[in-house]
Ligand binder design. Structure first.
Ligand code: NAD
Length: 425
């Protein structure tokens, strides 16, 4: 079946939505009789575009553009983050919502996929303006979100405070405290222990399990990490704690190396104090080209999308890539890495730890019964290990990459639910 174009998204082959459609095309031959439903995956169920007017502190009124896309709700309520960024577009939000459908189904969480965003640079707003923006956006998308409809969470440039404002606004509008309407909240408002570390921990678990299957010992393995924030920083810390040697790190300030191993905890503390990673005393700054030429056993892209390009994929010297970021590898680079025998654990599995603990938060909010951090980490470990095992098994069976295998599992689950539910009316 050919891809049907949608009139409201640009037909740019490199846009996130078009990249997602190419990934669906790759998986379609493996979907058997369910392939007749595949067009379902090539559209969003619902996309809401909203105008967000706010009073600026100087007395003027400013208007912002906001979105909430619900890609698929066949298996449960929508789930996915909210991004505040000047580059947010309807195309990007739709693609991110579709990847959430795949991620949630790949780890078998009872959710569909959704994502939201506001086209804004939050650094240009004061805190009261940011609060007004968040509250008006929440009211506007309040038509379609809710604890059993669609549950937002933090993403780029949004955090637990923004989730607290979203929860409060929704609660005021419905006249009842609804903690389960968002996840990633502060602990004092029904947030979950372990949520902040969950994505980095999941990346580490995915890397450890895959390395083990490849006969690669984490102890003594050379690890290079791009991105030293929530995901990359926590993953680097766990690698170091397991005896790996973190030789290179890159963040927005630049790249650094220490062949004997970077003291990750000290570097994290240095950066948390507002310093630049490149000025940390235990490392030597290197150029971007030198960073991409570093020899490693495990490479963790945990910063932005489209970092591992075809050119970099041809020369990168590593055995295993574990995607902490969403969409860090271009489809061309993916093929090159596959041909070179470099294993890639795709984002939809590798960074699913965050949404998994978001699911735990939602369950805890519903039952008003909160778990210990040990219980949370234990359950996260079990879900990640099981999901990864299934992906490896499917990749072996169909002779495909781990990414296509994850898509096969996820799309089969989504379309089986679609078929069982049937078409209304
Ligand atoms: P973050 O803002 O905490 O950290 C981002 C890191 O990337 C920072 O260290 C920053 O300096 C670095 N960076 C930014 N621009 C860079 C550049 N040009 N070159 C190199 N480094 C650069 O964000 P995060 O929460 O760690 O998210 C990182 C990625 O992981 C994003 O793609 C995000 O969508 C994805 N992700 C995050 C979560 C989560 O729970 N936080 C869950 C799933 C996926």
């Amino acid at each position: 079946m050919t891809t049907t174009g949608l009139s409201y998204v640009p037909n740019n082959p490199n846009s996130p939505w078009q990249i997602y459609l190419q990934q669906v095309d790759r998986v379609t031959p493996h979907l058997g009789h369910l392939a007749r439903w595949v067009e379902t995956l090539k559209r969003c169920k619902r996309v809401l575009a909203v105008d967000i007017p706010i009073n600026r502190d100087d007395g003027t009124v400013a208007h912002f553009e906001g979105f909430r896309a619900q890609h698929n709700l066949s298996r449960g309520p929508g789930k996915g983050g909210v991004r505040f960024h000047p580059d947010v577009t309807i195309d990007e939000v739709m693609a991110l919502s579709a990847w959430m459908t795949v991620k949630n189904a790949a780890v078998n969480l009872p959710y569909g996929g959704a994502k939201g965003g506001i086209r804004v640079d939050p650094k240009t707003l004061t805190r009261p303006e940011l609060e007004r923006l968040t509250r008006r956006y929440t009211s506007e998308i309040g038509l379609i979100i809710g604890p059993d409809k669609d549950i937002p969470a933090p993403d780029v440039n949004t955090n637990d405070q923004i989730m607290a404002w979203m929860m409060d606004t929704y609660s005021m509008n419905v006249g009842a405290t609804a903690t389960g309407v968002v996840t990633g909240k502060p602990i004092a408002l029904g947030g979950s222990l372990g949520r902040r570390e969950a994505t980095g921990r999941g990346v580490y678990i995915a890397a450890r399990e895959t390395a083990y299957a490849m006969g690669l010992d984490i102890k003594g393995a050379r690890v290079v990490v791009q991105g030293f924030g929530n995901v990359g920083g926590i993953a680097a810390r766990l690698f170091k704690a397991a005896g790996a040697i973190v030789v290179g790190i890159q963040d927005v300030s630049g790249a650094v190396v220490n062949e004997a191993g970077i003291n990750v905890d000290a570097a994290l503390e240095f950066v948390a104090q507002g310093n630049k990673l490149t000025e940390y005393i235990g490392v030597t700054p290197i150029t971007e080209d030198e960073f991409w030429a570093l020899k490693s056993d495990i490479f963790i892209p945990a910063a932005l999308e489209n970092q591992l390009t075809a050119t970099r994929a041809k020369s990168i010297s590593t055995r295993l890539v574990v995607e902490g970021a969403n969409g860090p590898t271009t489809p061309q680079a993916d093929d090159i890495l596959h041909d070179r025998g470099i294993t890639v654990v795709p984002d939809v599995i590798a960074n699913a730890g965050g949404v998994t603990v978001s699911y735990f938060e939602w369950v805890q909010d519903f039952s008003s019964f909160f778990w210990t951090e040990a219980e949370i980490n234990d359950r996260l470990e079990r879900i990640m290990v099981e999901a990864l095992k299934a992906v490896v098994h499917t990749a072996d069976k169909h002779k495909v990459s781990l990414r296509t295998a994850a898509f096969i599992i996820a799309c089969t689950r989504v379309l089986a639910a679609r078929e069982l539910r049937g078409l209304y009316p």
